[in-house]
Ligand binder design. Structure first.
Ligand code: TYD
Ligand code: MG
Length: 456
């Protein structure tokens, strides 16, 4: 029998090379290849990296007719938070695996402990490789979570976790955090990509065959590059990221969801006694102002997930140092900001190429919806020309490269939300008039120039 070969695995992306290289050819990271012991993949007769493994228990040995596959659905479990249930697509799907990522300290463990409390009567196993049972008990007391029915396991060693799962057979298992999972069989150090992947594969496999919902808590740094979360995204059914907006507001966003819509957001507030859900966040990101609006500020009804939020977009332009224009924007994609500025330069004759552009969304929420483009253009125009928008006016719409205002969805809901918060006019795409049923407060604008003429 030939001697098994050592291979080298990238810590960041999991790419495997037969030889050590200074730079990973797949993700380009320097010094990220780590030696993998030859026996590591053999562990339980499975490969760790691709999951091309032994058959899972619920898999069929032969093909069956699609029409003969059982449709009996298992009812979803309520997590205790309507906000979380909505993000998950209507509660926790039994047997599914859910990754909850976020920066350290954002509130992942707190959210999980709240859920454990709400689901306790159904059977919960809380696996903590990070905090001691004592620390978790203190947090539970602070949150008012009674611990009688929550099983705690203070070990993240795979075989111990699997054994505990067999004994408890819970409806929900929480693993806090994946970065601490390890298995001596899978090779050297805890926290490496292969360890995490292997352990998660084994656990999701167990969970699926036993109809247990599995939460994986995962730490992400600002760059999102820490080994772990990224390489697990394709292995789990649902990926949720906890985002910190400034202040105590926390936003939970679905990035991937096999059982519901992505881009859905849940809004929470971190308080003295844990997380509180905010079921009507529509005006949370709006700045209340007495008196005149400053230049560079535009209120916009944007559609995030399945709700309208009124947000305040703020822009600032200053002469570029060294004459090279730069864009600083982390709440709206900076590529989008540059593109909107280019459209303004071309179709409204406003020069941005010698300006630095700063863009922010009040309250720190990230906006990915296309309807933010026209209000963003108006904020940049207003900032550059130092002319504030008229009062009680909101703007919504997508902007084409040709300077036309393109239609957006759910105009009626946007107008209604804007009216609720005292905005009497909403400027937006012409094609939306029918959808809106000809509301008086809706002002159609066909082009960028049209919109500027209406406002000033
Ligand atoms: P935690 O859930 O431990 O974060 P993560 O698991 O994502 O690392 O939350 C820690 C932070 O939340 C910490 O800064 C304290 C704060 N916090 C509160 O403000 N109120 C509370 O009731 C709790 C439990 C935590
Ligand atoms: Mg934690």
């Amino acid at each position: 029998m030939s001697k098994p070969k050592t291979s080298y695995v990238c810590r960041d992306c999991g790419h495997v090379e037969p030889k050590w290289l200074g730079r990973c050819p797949q993700c380009g990271q320097w010094n990220s290849l780590e030696e993998r012991a030859p026996s590591s993949a053999a562990g339980r007769g499975r490969t760790t990296a691709s999951g091309s493994a032994a058959r899972r228990p619920e898999e069929t040995a032969a093909a069956v007719k699609l029409s003969e596959v059982s449709t009996a659905a298992h009812p979803r479990l309520p997590s205790g938070f309507a906000e979380l249930d909505r993000v998950l697509g209507g509660g926790i799907t039994p047997g599914s695996s859910i990754l909850v990522g976020g920066e350290p300290g954002i509130g992942k463990s707190t959210l999980m402990l709240h859920c454990a409390g709400a689901l306790a009567s159904r059977g919960v196993l809380y696996v903590s490789g990070e905090e001691s049972p004592h620390q978790i008990r203190l947090r539970a007391d602070r949150l008012g979570v009674a611990g009688e029915q929550i099983e705690m396991l203070a070990s993240a060693e795979l075989s111990t976790v699997l054994r505990a799962l067999d004994t408890v057979n819970p409806a929900v298992c929480i693993v806090d955090s994946v970065q601490t999972l390890h298995d001596p069989e899978a090779g050297a150090v805890p926290g490496t990509v292969n360890q995490i992947r292997y352990c998660c594969y084994e656990l999701t496999d167990w969970a699926r065959s036993n109809n247990t919902a599995l939460f994986f808590v995962a730490h992400v740094t600002k760059e999102g590059a820490i080994a772990g979360p990224k390489v697990l995204e394709h292995m789990v059914d649902t990926v949720l990221y906890f985002e910190q907006s400034e202040t105590d507001v926390r936003i939970l966003r679905a990035m991937k969801n096999r059982f519901g819509a992505t881009d859905e957001i849940g809004v929470f507030s971190m308080r003295e006694r844990g997380l509180t859900q905010i079921s009507d966040p529509s005006s949370l990101f709006l700045v209340q102002r007495d008196g005149n609006l400053p230049a560079g500020v535009v209120a916009a009804p944007v559609y995030e997930g399945s709700r309208v939020l009124l947000v305040e977009i703020q822009a600032l332009t200053v002469p570029a140092k060294g004459g090279v224009s730069r864009t600083f924007s982390d709440r709206i994609d900076s590529g989008r900001v540059s593109r909107v500025a280019a459209v303004l330069e071309k179709h409204a004759g406003i020069r941005f190429s010698d300006q630095d552009l700063y863009v922010n969304v009040a309250g720190g929420i990230r906006i990915g919806e296309v309807g933010v483009e026209l209000p963003l253009a108006m904020a940049l125009f207003s900032a550059r020309t130092n002319r504030p928008l008229p009062e009680k006016t909101t703007v919504t719409g997508e902007l084409s490269l040709a300077g036309e205002v393109r239609p957006v969805l759910h105009v009626r809901k946007r107008v209604r939300a804007a009216q609720e918060f005292g905005f009497s006019r909403c400027l937006g795409p012409a094609a939306a008039r029918d959808d809106d049923g000809g509301s008086e407060s809706w002002i159609c604008v066909g082009t960028l120039a049209d919109c500027i003429a209406q406002l000033w």
